[in-house]
Write a protein of this length. Sequence first.
Length: 122
Amino acid sequence: MSGKINNDAGIRTFAVRSLKVYEEYKKILTRNGIKIADKMDEDMRLYIKQHGKGNAQFQITQFVDENMRACPAFWSSHDTWLDYMKKIDDKEFESLSKQLNTLLDVNSANYRERYKMDAQPF
């Protein structure tokens, strides 16, 4: 950490599940010149970065929303998707078609940007 004063700092206590593991952890950090507080700060920041927004694909609100519509998983087989599409009503089919077109538009724009192209080759 830098030598600057951190007005957001504080002291917290925590439990360890195994004193043996904690002592080994502390020994390794000390050997590498790392303070426990700095390592914990690094670990917490990484965890927040990776999990702070939750999983955008599966927010809990999707499962409690009365308007949620279930469909096969994205990577399901051709036959699974075909069977699903044959069973849904026209309104649901139109809604799914719009969503698929949105996904294709996003993919097309990303493809052009990723490969620096004016148009897709397909």
